[in-house]
Design a protein around this ligand. Structure first.
Ligand code: B4P
Length: 182
C-alpha cells in the first residue's frame, strides 16, 4: 500500500474531496495547501492577511509561503501523507522533491484527476465558495493551464502518474484510486 501520495488536477476536479476520503480511510495526513491557507484567513493571522486577496482573486500564493506551510505540516507524526493542491508549478515541484529527498520519503504515486472543463465549472459554481465565482474561476483555470498542467508531463516522465477519470460519482472514483494505490 502506497503511503506518500499526491493529487493533481484542475480546480474543482475533486482533489480535496478524494484526498479527504482516502486520508480518513487510511489515517494518513491530509495536507491541502488551499485548506491550510483558508484557515489562516479565518483566524486572521498575519499570513492570512497577506494571502486573503490573492486567494479571492484566484491567483497563486508565493512559492516561499506555501513551501513553509508544507514543510511544517510534513514534519507532523504520520502513517502516510496525501498532498492536495501542492505543487502547483514546476518550481514548487522541485522544492518538494528536495524536501522529500531530505526526509527520505519519496513520492510513490501521483493521481491526476482528469475532468472536462464544463463539469468543473458547474461544480464550483454550485459549491459557491468565496473564490468560486465566474471571474475567479476563469483566472484559476488560466493559471492552472499555464503553471500546473506541465506537472502532468513532469510526473509522467518520473513514471509516477496515474490517470483517474474524475467525471463520475464519488464512490466509483474513490474505489478506482484505492485499487491503483494497493
Ligand atoms: P484549493 O483549495 O486547492 O481548491 P481547488 O483546486 O478549487 O479544489 P479541489 O480540486 O480540491 O476541488 P474539491 O474537491 O473541493 O485552492 C484554492 C486556492 O488556494 C487557489 O486558487 C490558490 O489561490 C491557493 N493555493 C492553494 N494551493 C496553492 C499552492 N500550492 N500554491 C499557491 N497557491 C495555492 O471539489 C470541488 C467541488 O466539487 C466540491 O463542491 C465537491 O463537493 C464537488 N465534487 C467533488 N467531486 C465530485 C464528484 N465526483 N461529483 C460531483 N461533485 C463533486
Amino acid at each position: 500500500m502506497k503511503k506518500h501520495l499526491l493529487f493533481l488536477g484542475a480546480p474543482g476536479a475533486g482533489k480535496g474531496t478524494q484526498a479527504a476520503l482516502l486520508s480518513e480511510i487510511n489515517s494518513y495526513l491530509h495536507l491541502s495547501t488551499g485548506e491550510l491557507l483558508r484557515k489562516e484567513i479565518e483566524m486572521n493571522t498575519d499570513l492570512g492577511k497577506q494571502v486573503k486577496s490573492i486567494i479571492n482573486k484566484g491567483e497563486l500564493v508565493s512559492d516561499k509561503l506555501v513551501l513553509e506551510i508544507v514543510q511544517k505540516n510534513l514534519d507532523k507524526d504520520n502513517k502516510g501523507w496525501i498532498l492536495d493542491g501542492y505543487p502547483r508549478n514546476l518550481s514548487q515541484a522541485n522544492s518538494l522533491s528536495e524536501v522529500l529527498i531530505k526526509k527520505n520519503q519519496p513520492l510513490e504515486i501521483v493521481f491526476y484527476l482528469d475532468i472536462p472543463e464544463e463539469v468543473l465549472i458547474k461544480r464550483l459554481l454550485i459549491r459557491g465558495r468565496k473564490d468560486d465565482n465566474e471571474d475567479t474561476i476563469k483566472t484559476r483555470l488560466k493559471i492552472y493551464k499555464r503553471n500546473t498542467e506541465p506537472l502532468i508531463e513532469y510526473y509522467k516522465n518520473l513514471s509516477l502518474l496515474e490517470y483517474v477519470n474524475a467525471d463520475g460519482d464519488l464512490k466509483t472514483i474513490s474505489e478506482d484510486i484505492r485499487q491503483k494505490m494497493a
